[in-house]
Each structure stands twice: as structure tokens, then as C-alpha cells.
Design a protein around this ligand. Structure first.
Ligand SMILES: CC(C)(COP(=O)(O)OP(=O)(O)OC[C@H]1O[C@@H](n2cnc3c(N)ncnc32)[C@H](O)[C@@H]1OP(=O)(O)O)[C@@H](O)C(=O)NCCC(=O)NCCS
Length: 171
């Protein structure tokens, strides 16, 4: 795949030499992984998927000015219909948050899921106190659909459907 370009960010597969950076950055995010952090071997396997969407899962690095500032991915922690994608995102350093990178990365990635992978719906969960994440979703046209428990913690499930995305973003 060609790198996906946004206003601020470029999305492209992680490289093997970025494995340690990715692992330590995820360790610093901590709380964002209620089910536990992925192991180094698991991350290596995810890097080796490269640009391929396998079983509905892909990871892309978020790059700004040639520097990896975070990651965005689709995940299938449990079975989902084939055209339903579950999104996750993390900007590794607090210095890179609040600058529009998160909103830009989600917009570019979701647009690509609708265009290149014929998504019918993209969904994502977050905790009620994650104002920045909720604001990103709401600004891009996701709506709150449900409350779910993730290992006993309350999460809000947001989603956007293909037709609504097309109307709002002309994909
Ligand atoms: C959540 C996250 C992806 C948002 O990305 P971001 O680049 O920080 O957010 P943006 O700069 O694009 O801001 C998007 C909106 O949120 C608002 N916002 C940003 N940070 C905020 C904060 N700390 N508190 C309140 N609002 C905030 C912005 O003002 C903007 O609102 P606007 O559209 O009205 O202008 C990023 O902060 C992050 O990775 N956080 C740590 C990991 C995490 O929480 N991941 C998600 C787990 S579900």
C-alpha cells in the first residue's frame, strides 16, 4: 500500500527496526490496554503483517515529520462480522497530543477502511473520562451506541456507518 497522507500525519506499516520503540511506547501508555500489553513476539508478528489486512487486523504507524508518534490499528479481540472493523489508536508521548494528530490519523484511517476495505461500520470503545478520544470520534461523525464492560470497566462504544461517513466526508 502507498502511505496514507493526512493534513499532519502519514500512516504506514511499522518497520522491524521500530519494534523496541513501539514496545516501550506501548508500555508507557499502560492503562490503554485493559487486557494486558502485547508481548514483543506478538508485536513482531504484527509488524510482519506489514501492509496486509489479515483477519480484519492491521497496524499502521503514525508519522509526523519523519518521526513515529503513535499507532493506529484494527483489532478483533472477539468475532465480528467481516465488514465491521474495530479501531484503536494511541499517541505515545503527551507532547504529541492535543495538536490535531489524533483526529487527523483517525480520519485518514477510517476513510481508508471504508474505501479500500469496503467497511460497513467502524467502531471503537473508550472510557467515559477520555475527553480527547470522545471529542475525536464526535467531531468525525461517530455516535455513541452502547455501554460495554471491558474486564469490569465501563467503556462507551462509538461507531460510524458507511453511508453517514460518505455523507460527511465524501469518500
Ligand atoms: C486520544 C488521542 C488519540 C486524541 O488525539 P489528540 O491528537 O490528542 O487529539 P486532537 O488534538 O486531535 O484533538 C481532538 C479534539 O479533542 C480535544 N482535546 C484534545 N486533548 C484534550 C484533552 N486533554 N482534554 C479535552 N479535550 C481535548 C481537542 O481540543 C479537539 O477538540 P476540537 O475538535 O473541538 O478542536 C490521544 O490524546 C492519545 O493517544 N491519548 C493517549 C492514548 C489514548 O487515550 N488512546 C485512546 C484509547 S481508547
Amino acid at each position: 500500500m502507498e502511505p496514507l497522507g493526512g493534513r499532519h500525519v502519514t500512516l504506514r506499516p511499522f518497520r522491524e527496526d521500530e519494534l523496541d520503540l513501539w514496545l516501550t511506547s506501548l508500555q508507557s501508555l499502560g492503562r490503554a490496554f485493559p487486557a494486558g500489553l502485547p508481548t514483543k513476539a506478538a508485536l513482531r508478528g504484527r509488524i510482519r503483517r506489514g501492509h496486509r489486512m489479515i483477519g480484519g487486523e492491521i497496524d499502521l504507524a503514525i508519522e509526523v515529520d519523519g518521526r513515529v508518534v503513535g499507532g493506529v490499528q484494527t483489532q478483533r479481540p472477539h468475532p465480528l462480522p467481516p465488514r465491521l472493523f474495530q479501531l484503536g489508536i494511541g499517541l505515545f508521548s503527551p507532547q504529541d497530543r492535543g495538536k490535531g494528530y489524533g483526529a487527523d490519523a483517525v480520519r485518514v484511517f477510517v476513510d481508508w477502511l471504508f474505501r479500500a476495505h469496503r467497511a460497513e461500520r467502524v467502531q471503537a470503545g473508550t472510557t467515559p473520562d477520555n475527553t480527547a478520544m470522545r471529542r475525536v470520534f464526535e467531531r468525525l461523525g461517530f455516535t455513541e451506541r452502547d455501554t460495554i464492560l471491558v474486564l469490569g470497566e465501563r467503556h462507551l462504544l462509538y461507531a460510524v456507518d458507511r453511508d453517514d461517513w460518505r455523507t460527511a466526508h465524501t469518500c
